[in-house]
Ligand binder design. Structure first.
Ligand SMILES: *Cc1c(COP(=O)(O)O)cnc(C)c1O
Length: 359
């Protein structure tokens, strides 16, 4: 069967050239006569893969020297607990912005560990926008200030970071990692599950300012202790070896197409093709506040649930799959991560135009 255009929110598309390369190397990686899937993480053959991936991540994202990059497991959801365990260690207070389901889950998890405040929430607006932030409500004694930078389910994103003064900003960037350049020095910690934009599932990438490490709570499990993981070069125990290898291939692909600046231009182009059409359509609309629209997850609806369902099923039959919105919001969502080619979005828009004409 021909490959489809996969608009899944995650796990999601990977660049075709990366998949081809992985296929070519599947049975014999670099003349070792082994697959990466079979290799010891402590072998001479594997070493350049993990160190290469860590180095490339630093290069591609321009991560400053005083930040550690950690490859671990457990997904973003495990970090919801690891973050308070590692960083809620002074006043044991933290501020959270509730801009969707994932930040709400992170907030609830953190409540187990200390005095956590929701400084703003857009729940009343069905998370269709980033909530207004009132700086006077920020707790200057908080151990950290937490946001989810791109809200995968609702299709919103922070376009401006909150000014948290000396309080370290911690951001879940699962669904916008490596989609554009970012100034890592503005954050204390950025982290994300890899399965949206970076690699297959199984790998979580955590980038931490060095001085924040080593103050974890005594009860922190070893495998959630970021200092311990970092000191062991992300190999305290067996890392997600194959996902790390795929991550390296994805980073090489990003470099080959001109790095994050080039990727940003491509991602902006894809998003504007889709949003421009939705804005001009009489059938489809985007339920999100315009200034907060995500570049990665584009949500849209028609006025009827029936028509939404018909659209999703006819689109799938035409080779545009996984367009159904998250079960908690309904409607449609096109996740147009890095690996989605411009052509995929152009063809989707042609299909939407046809559908509108015929219905
Ligand atoms: C997908 C996602 C998560 C959950 O990730 P898991 O790896 O499944 O734990 C958390 N935050 C955001 C922003 C996501 O997109």
């Amino acid at each position: 069967m021909a490959r489809v255009y996969n608009f899944s929110a995650g796990p999601s598309m990977l660049p075709e050239s990366v998949l081809n390369r992985a296929a070519e190397e599947m049975l014999d990686y670099n003349g070792t006569g082994q697959s990466v899937l079979e290799m010891s993480h402590r072998s001479k053959a594997y070493e350049p893969i993990i160190y290469g991936a860590l180095d490339l991540f630093r290069q591609v994202l321009n991560v400053p020297e005083n930040y550690k990059i950690i490859f671990c497991q457990g997904g973003a959801s495990t970090a919801f607990a690891a973050i308070p365990l590692n960083f809620m260690n002074g006043s044991r207070q933290a501020d959270y912005v509730l801009s969707g389901q994932f930040s709400t889950k992170a907030y609830k998890e953190a409540q187990k560990y200390g005095d956590v405040t929701a400084v703003a929430s857009s729940k009343e607006q069905n998370f269709s926008c980033i909530p207004e932030l009132d700086k006077s409500k920020f707790n200057p004694n908080a151990d950290y200030f937490y946001i989810c930078q791109n809200n995968t389910i609702y299709g919103t994103r922070f376009t401006e970071l909150p000014d948290t003064g000396n309080v370290p900003l911690i951001a879940d960037v699962s669904s916008c990692f490596l989609s554009e350049p970012m100034d890592v020095s503005k954050y204390g910690v950025v982290y994300g599950g890899a399965q949206k934009n970076v690699a297959p599932a199984g790998l979580t990438v955590v980038i931490v300012r060095e001085d924040l490490l080593g103050h974890e709570r005594p009860e922190t499990p070893a495998l959630l202790n970021y200092k311990l993981l970092s000191d062991n070069d992300s190999m305290y125990n067996t890392p997600p070896c194959y996902s790390i290898y795929m991550c390296k291939l994805v980073l090489e692909w990003i470099q080959s197409i001109g790095g994050l600046e080039a990727l940003k231009a491509r991602n902006e182009k894809k998003a504007s093709i889709l949003y421009d059409f939705i804005d001009s359509s009489n059938m489809f609309h985007n339920p999100v506040k315009k200034s907060d629209r995500s570049m990665m997850n584009v949500t849209f609806v028609t006025d009827s649930d029936e028509l939404n369902a018909k659209f999703v099923s006819e689109a799938a039959a035409a080779g545009f799959v996984n367009l159904k919105g998250h079960r908690s919001v309904g409607g449609m969502r096109a996740s147009i991560y890095n690996a989605m080619p411009v052509e995929g979005v152009e063809k989707l828009v042609e299909f939407m135009k046809e559908f509108e004409k015929n219905n």
